[in-house]
Design a protein around this ligand. Structure first.
Ligand SMILES: *Cc1c(COP(=O)(O)O)cnc(C)c1O
Length: 351
């Protein structure tokens, strides 16, 4: 008997999440994980390394509550947004229950569900990457958690507000609706935080990994009504946040650092327009999809070839060729001016 056979059946057959880091690559231009290209700088101020941390560090909660405009009771802080996704599944799904999500979208919903031994239902997005509400309605039986990513990763578009409202109405008293707002700082007006008062079954996932430029910190949040947050409190690990993480997260959420984040976003949105204009000129580009996030989905005439050419030249992007309906598409994170122009020049030099 091998050790592998001792593992749970669902783990034996599980394909782990193909994270950008796991896929590897060798280069100096990393535009494959929607990270920010430059690290912000912090000093540690809390040196109580001998003590267990607070289960939910109050400084972080107060700072984030202030940033979002909610109460501390509406927040859970966790090890990245990814932990929030898993906690929601663990807290609400029995083995016979299912989650529902709409591909092409973020891969962690499926991986987390499979890890937990929970069923997965998929209802593909429409050709314009919106929710297929009637199909969702037909597939809701046995579904306990519905994931909606807006802006959607990897397509970049927002999901229509009125459609999400309809989804919230059709799932009332049946299922939790999770809106993944990992990229909301790039289009803050689109948040659903103001709908929390209307929907006890709404949960919003947030992160410091994207606009706050702190993917290495591993800090994320769930925003929801107090009753839902209390359920998640039951399943989260006793000390999810290391002392250095809460120390830096608190600093990153100060008024000064939030203002820095907003100006970083403002510059990125300009750079995005500039990059898109340059991409439009390229012979190899077939289509550029509208985006509200810090990345852009581009359809090439030969996506695989373009991806490999750039990979070999040390410009690492995210190939979406295998994603549902995204043949020949590549997701490109907006980088620094130098990174963006290196990318453009390399594609130009291909033909
Ligand atoms: C990056 C991302 C997250 C969360 O990332 P963490 O680094 O775990 O906070 C969640 N959802 C989507 C769609 C993302 O792209």
């Amino acid at each position: 008997m091998s050790i592998a056979q001792l593992a749970r059946k669902n783990i034996q057959v599980l394909t782990p999440y193909q994270s950008a880091r796991r896929l590897g690559g060798k280069g100096d231009v990393w535009l494959n994980a929607n990270e920010y290209s430059v690290s912000p700088d912090f000093n540690l101020t809390d040196r109580t390394f001998n003590r267990y941390p607070e289960p939910q560090p109050q400084n972080v909660l107060h700072a984030y509550a202030n940033y979002v405009g909610v109460q501390v009771e509406n927040l859970l802080v966790s090890r990245g947004g990814d932990e929030s996704i898993e906690l929601l599944i663990r807290a609400f799904c029995e083995a016979e229950d299912a989650i529902l999500y709409c591909p092409p979208t973020y891969g962690m919903y499926a991986v987390s569900a499979e890890t937990c031994g929970v069923k997965v239902k998929t209802v593909p997005l429409t050709t314009d990457f919106q929710l297929d509400l009637s199909e969702i309605d037909h597939n809701l039986s046995g579904v306990k958690v519905v994931f909606v990513c807006s802006p959607n990763n990897p397509t970049g578009n927002l999901i229509e507000r009125t459609h999400i409202i309809q989804l919230l109405e059709m799932t009332r008293n049946k299922a939790i609706v999770v809106i993944d707002e990992a990229y909301i700082e790039f289009c803050p007006q689109a948040t659903f935080v103001n709908e929390l008062k209307n929907y006890p079954h709404l949960a919003i996932v947030r992160t410091l990994s994207k606009a706050f430029a702190l993917a290495g910190l591993r800090c994320g949040f769930t925003i929801a009504n107090a009753e839902l947050i209390q359920i998640l409190q039951k399943v989260i690990a006793p000390y999810p946040l290391p002392v250095p993480v809460s120390d830096i997260a608190t600093q990153a959420l100060s008024a000064e650092k939030v203002a820095e984040m907003r100006s970083r976003v403002k510059k990125l949105l300009n750079d995005r327009t500039f990059l898109i204009n340059q991409l439009t000129e390229l012979l190899q580009v077939e289509k550029i999809f509208p985006t509200e996030a810090n990345y852009v989905l581009v359809k090439f005439k030969n996506g695989n070839e373009t991806f490999k050419w750039l990979w070999e030249k040390g410009v690492i992007l995210r190939n979406q060729h295998q994603a549902l309906g995204l043949q020949n598409c590549i997701r490109i994170t907006i980088g620094t001016d130098d990174e963006n122009s290196k990318l453009i020049n390399l594609i130009k030099s291909m033909c």
